[in-house]
Design a protein around this ligand. Structure first.
Ligand SMILES: [Zn+2]
Length: 431
């Protein structure tokens, strides 16, 4: 069952819808947002030059910096008397980015979130424990407003206060939960420590998780611990908040609500549009929003798009879970590699820790990648032969998984420099 008929559009229906809404959006931003008028004129393009969906590549990109430079309301295409909601980023690194919604935008948000909830089979009989953060961040209120519109009882528990959350989860009999995957794990550990019997004491059957990356293994683990269906929800406030894409029952891929948000995948270095299946930076153009319409927004998130049909019958394209951020991507002899992918391979190897450092260098014209990996303190072997085998094994696994040749150096436990705060995983000496 789908929430709206657009989710099963034919290719022709979808493209006709996208093109007509794209044209409307371009006229709107050109005439109502001075920033876009100036950018379009600088690039020598006018709204009427966009005659096909492929023409979108003629348009300029929008970045987070553009939003900051136009702080607070400079990118809005309506007066404040039409705005009914404002959200904002935390702005820990400079001015925050501000987003605004008209009543029409709130309808769209509720619609795409309705699709998310429907994928999880929610109805008005469900009770939703909303353990996503409330406030300026779009997460908590994004889930909350949409749930209310679907007449779902919503518990606005937000984050923190784990013991009280467990009490409410049990006593209120919530059937669905939202939050980050790490909070779902933390909640389960705490429940065990406090003597709850997870499968008996709680009534959860479905969870909607997002806002941080989770491997398929972690998703399955959370699903198993709680005995729930795991749905991933992707979103970002610049586009609308949660509800840009979400996974159905059939796979970990996420259906992208491309009738409202037009997706492209580009090469983050060159800006060139990539083909279906190729991995690159996700760029999104809003097609129906009024408060903050946005053209070719560079999300910084790395993923790929597939149009392979899904068993659920929805025809909207799907993206893979976000692989990483474009800022973290290394290009090694033409192959794109993310530290997260290397970590994923290391995590499956015994006798080493996840303390590692990646060093990119040049050898002649070629890129050379070295990785220092700390041995585990439990690794008893000091036999040179065994250690050489371990080193070769890791190199082989990396070549198999990522198609790159890496030289692995096994180093003594606790020998890599520790940093305060975020670990320095990559040293790129080519720069
Ligand atoms: Zn599906």
């Amino acid at each position: 069952m789908t929430f709206s008929k657009n989710e099963s559009f034919s290719k022709d229906e979808l493209e006709a819808w996208q093109l007509s809404h794209l044209k409307e959006t371009l006229i709107r931003v050109f005439h109502l947002v001075p920033f876009y008028k100036k950018r379009f004129e600088e690039m020598g393009v006018r709204p009427e030059d966009i005659k096909t969906l492929a023409d979108i590549s003629k348009l300029p990109f929008t970045t987070k910096k553009n939003l900051r430079d136009n702080y607070p309301f400079g990118m809005f295409s309506v007066e404040m008397d039409q705005i009914v909601r404002v959200h904002s980023s935390s702005g820990t690194t400079g001015k925050p980015t501000v987003v605004g919604y008209t009543e029409h935008d709130m309808d769209i948000w509720a619609e795409v979130m309705g699709r998310v909830f429907t994928m999880g089979g929610l109805t008005c009989k469900d009770i939703l424990h909303n353990a996503t953060g409330y406030g300026l961040f779009t997460g908590g209120l994004g889930f909350h407003s949409a749930a209310e519109r679907m007449k779902i009882a919503v518990i606005p528990s937000s984050t923190g206060f784990t013991s009280r959350q467990l009490l409410l989860l049990k006593d209120f009999g919530a059937t669905a939960i939202t939050g980050t995957p790490s909070f779902a794990l933390h909640l389960a550990e705490k429940a065990k420590a406090e003597g709850y019997d997870i499968k008996k004491d709680f009534s959860l059957r479905v969870g909607f998780f997002g806002a941080e990356p989770a491997s398929d293994g972690l998703k399955d683990e959370i699903a198993n611990i709680w005995g729930i269906d795991y749905h991933e929800v992707y979103g970002l406030s610049e586009i609308i908040g949660p509800g840009v894409a979400s996974s159905c029952k059939h796979s970990h891929l996420l259906h992208f609500n491309e009738d409202h948000f037009y997706p492209e995948i580009i090469d983050p270095k060159t800006g060139e549009v990539l083909a279906e299946g190729e991995r690159g930076e996700l760029v999104v153009t809003t097609l129906t929003k009024q408060g903050l319409p946005i053209i070719r927004y560079k999300t910084g998130d790395i993923t790929s798009i597939t149009r392979v049909p899904c068993r659920c019958g929805r025809t909207l394209c799907r993206i893979e879970s976000i692989v990483g951020r474009s800022d973290d991507m290394l290009v090694i002899n033409g192959v794109n590699v993310f530290p997260s992918q290397i970590e994923h391979v290391l995590a499956k190897v015994d006798d080493i820790t996840l303390n590692y450092q990646i060093i990119a260098n040049k050898k002649g014209h070629l890129d050379k990648l070295d990785i220092d990996v700390e041995l585990s303190e439990n690794c008893m072997s000091d036999d040179i032969g065994e250690l050489t085998n371990l080193q070769k094994h890791i190199q082989h696994e990396l070549l198999n998984a990522l198609y790159i040749n890496v030289t692995v150096h096994l180093v003594a436990p606790k020998s890599l420099k520790r940093s305060e705060g975020k670990a320095v995983r990559v040293i790129d000496k080519r720069k």
